[in-house]
Design a protein around this ligand. Sequence first.
Ligand SMILES: [Mn+2]
Length: 435
Amino acid sequence: MRARLLFVGDIHLGRAPARIPPALEDYGITARSCGPAAAWEHTVRHAVREVPDAVVLAGDVVESDNARFEAYRHLARGVEQLVAAGIAVCGVTGNHDVEALPRLARAVDAFRLLGAHGTWSTHTITRDGHPLLRIAGWSFPRRVHPDRLPLDTFPAAGDVPVIGVAHCDLDAAESPYAPVSRHALARTGAAGWFLGHVHSPDLVPGPQPIGYLGSLVGLDPTEAGRRGPWWVEVGEDGRITRLEHLPLAPLRWEAIDVAVDADLDPDDLLDFLGKAVRERATALGAEELAEVRVLGVRIRLAGRVRAHRRLATQLAELTREPLVIPLGERAAFLDRVVDDTAPAVELGALAEGGDPLALLVRDLLALEARDERGVELIRAAAGRFQAVANRPQFAPCGTGWHPDDEAIRTLLLRAGRRALESLLAQRAAPKGSQA
Ligand SMILES: [Mn+2]
């Protein structure tokens, strides 16, 4: 084998993961203790145990150039531990750490900053003085870089194979963050490309892996699924022979879709949600969760429920405070429960006539069927949403709100079903037959 490497994506040391409930403190867990610093510690510990030829950082290692001193100290200490274990450490800057990472390189002698000033440079893995593999990196020279990643100067493979590392925006030509196409990266002839910037990991094993390493730990509920560094092995033929995503993050986010039975009793909701979380933990398995201290879960409930109205009330009641669910030596919490359930009524029968209920039902059916009328409703709503989002008082919020058609459809269905139930309840009130 030519080389064993550990690649690390966006760490963002100095940022605390969002939405960690204070109630977890009873389990000894805080946003800080399960965040980037802890994920970095797990990564360093793993590397010291396995002793790869190099640990390679793909940028956005620290959250910002003026990140608290503590973030910088965590980073420097980890690098020193790696170097003391005989492991080379190199990396490139991302858009978040254009100054902080070069500062680290000046302070910690053994840390090799690759691609300073936007010019490619390489770290060479050697054995008995012979070069075996080069890691070629490019660093963000400034916080934004609307020009393409400069591949025309990429140091292509010569005597030994090359692996590329950069912080960049794949297949997003208009991006201000060093845009580059996957195709252009493939043409460099590198054995693989390991990238920072986008926080969803998307590398897959193959003859020439190219993709994002992802965040080292999920920084908010949208960063769901496995998180951690990537173990990479390069064979004698210069090809990548092993590519493995190691689940070393102490915090893991999961998004779960749960189909609800029509007979669900809202009084059993707490047990029902707890069961869904425990089932997910079991499905993930002990190995996948070995390093996970806390599991943050979003649940989406779907299906038709007879006691739908009571379910909605119960849900609002239950989720006022985040629910913490003990899971052996770790804890899970419900970050949010999204209620996409619908009342168990036969809509077709209610669609006749010209009363408000029938009009509403016809719109709901149109949205469900995504027919011409449904599309028209989505278009109309999109215009209304946009008008609100464009109001000047929302300008400080930044890039604006641009929901896609499917998101608008979901919002309309949710609101429409709620209105439907209110109308049904009013109609049925004298008989008291509605849940
Ligand atoms: Mn990042």
